[in-house]
Write a protein that binds this ligand. Structure first.
Ligand SMILES: Nc1nc2c(c(=O)[nH]1)N[C@H]1C(S)=C(S)[C@@H](COP(=O)(O)O)O[C@H]1N2
Ligand SMILES: [Mo]
Length: 211
């Protein structure tokens, strides 16, 4: 299967192409490590912690999350397992809007994004603040299904899918880089699919903290 021979899902633009070593998959099948958590609205919150400007922590209940500004963005989704899902329409809160509500300290250079059960992924602040990065509540016009991260997930379309943390609960601003769940287990610290940054053995100085 190649990007050039299949009809675009939802009229996706095939002329843009896909990163090297990726096959197109039109069915967006869920993929993750471990069980799907049970959503308990009364206990759920989203937190921003770490190197904030005023050193305080922020939190939003599920109800309060619904009041935040909303953004929609269409992007291709690239999994390191060599498939890409074209033209996924996500909506939710943009990372830029979140950071405006919870300003980081000028020293914050990276973020750790935390899901339920301690899953995590690290990002450069500049990658977190890319305009297409969302804290998504909806996919293709419908609320996220449990398997795809309900009630909230990251979408970081310009990096491999493991950075798009499902069942998002916490964003930690960091003043130095630190490896997340897969980055500690042999995956690349930065994860740019256009550079095929799949494995930590490919890292060059500046790509990540010493291992
Ligand atoms: N909490 C959590 N988020 C996760 C994962 C996981 O194991 N746990 N897997 C990641 C990987 S490897 C991919 S490719 C995407 C898959 O998203 P999808 O199931 O919506 O396709 O979720 C990412 N987010
Ligand atoms: Mo993945």
């Amino acid at each position: 299967m190649s990007a050039g021979t299949e009809p675009g899902r939802q009229g996706g633009d095939r002329s843009t192409g896909f990163p090297p070593g990726q096959a197109v998959r039109y069915q967006h099948k869920a993929l993750h490590y471990g069980p799907v958590p049970t959503f308990r609205p009364e206990r759920w919150n989203l937190r921003v912690v770490g190197a904030t400007e005023d050193l305080g922590a922020y939190h939003w209940t599920h109800e309060e999350l619904q009041e935040l500004p909303r953004t929609e963005a269409v992007s291709d989704f690239h999994c390191v397992m060599r498939f890409s899902v074209p033209q996924v329409r996500w909506s939710g809160v943009s990372a830029l809007d979140l950071v405006a509500l919870a300003p980081p300290s000028p020293e914050a250079t990276h973020v750790m994004v935390w899901g339920e059960y301690g899953y995590s992924a690290n990002l450069r602040m500049s990658d977190f603040l890319a305009p297409s990065v969302l804290l998504a509540t909806h996919c293709d016009g419908r609320p996220l299904t449990p398997e795809h991260g309900h009630p909230l997930r990251m979408v970081v379309p310009h990096l491999y899918g493991w950075k798009s943390v499902k069942w998002l609960r916490m964003v930690e601003y960091m003043t130095a880089d630190r490896r997340g769940f897969w980055e500690e287990r042999g995956y690349h610290n930065r994860a740019d699919p256009w550079l095929e940054q799949r494995f930590s053995a490919q890292e060059e100085p500046g790509d990540g903290p010493a291992r």
